[in-house]
Design a protein around this ligand. Structure first.
Ligand code: HEM
Length: 203
């Protein structure tokens, strides 16, 4: 193992990438599958007590999980595709593998952008106002925008993950496969989100 430092580096970069990816998406799924229906059930007067303390913690792990996943992801891309040459096939064209990882990596990058520039700036103001006892006047409007971006990210996570796992496991299946990945990935989340509103909370 230690006589092959470049493979070892690849292993550690993947470890970091996947660990932080799980932290990020774990919180994204908590927000969408647990917190959205929970907020519908939570009494209004309890929100200032419960939400800042719970959600500011969750948003900390969520946004930094996203940041490190993103940084590790592009580091792996640079290392494997640019430095080790996986970007091009033998004929000098973009390889199938590169097309797949660009499909996944670009969806992941849009999701990262949503976390840092759409969702978090708004939630920071909403939850900060709630914690300080001075709710932000535009809280409802900001919550709607942040909620849409969060839903988008949940649907996008399905096709994105296909784009992460196909490159290392399947050599072909490029354009039609991406269409299938979009349909299956989005459909999977459509089903789970519908289910999230029907989960029994009475024991
Ligand atoms: C934010 C943008 C992201 C970028 C730029 C990115 C980039 C990459 C790259 C370059 C690879 C290596 C692909 C290969 O072996 O050919 C990879 C693999 C992978 N990524 Fe991402 N990724 C991102 C987001 C995510 C997220 C959110 C997750 C969620 C857990 C994730 C999970 C994985 C997994 C499971 C692999 C497979 C590792 C393997 O096959 O050994 N990625 N990613």
């Amino acid at each position: 193992m230690f006589d092959d430092p470049s493979s070892l580096l690849a292993v550690f970069l993947r470890f970091g990438h996947i660990m932080f990816g799980i932290i990020w998406l774990g919180h994204l799924f908590f927000f969408n599958l647990v917190n959205v229906p929970f907020q519908g059930d939570l009494d209004k007067e309890l929100k200032p007590k419960v939400n800042p303390k719970l959600l500011l913690r969750a948003f900390y792990w969520f946004r930094w999980g996203a940041m490190y996943t993103f940084l590790f992801g592009w580091a792996i891309f640079f290392f494997k595709y640019i430095q080790q040459g996986l970007f091009f096939d033998d004929a000098g064209h973009m390889s199938n593998r590169a097309a797949w990882i660009l499909f996944g990596g670009l969806i992941g990058t849009i999701m990262w952008f949503n976390v840092w520039f759409v969702i978090w700036p708004r939630q920071k103001k909403i939850l900060g106002g709630l914690a300080a006892g001075t709710p932000h006047p535009d809280a409802a409007k900001m919550a709607a925008v942040a909620g849409k971006a969060s839903r988008f990210n949940t649907y996008a996570s399905g096709p994105m993950l296909f784009g992460m796992i196909v490159p290392n496991n399947y050599a072909g299946w490029s354009h039609a496969g991406m269409g299938v990945a979009l349909i299956i990935g989005v459909g999977f989340w459509y089903g789970l989100i519908k289910r999230s509103f029907k989960v029994k909370t009475t024991g």
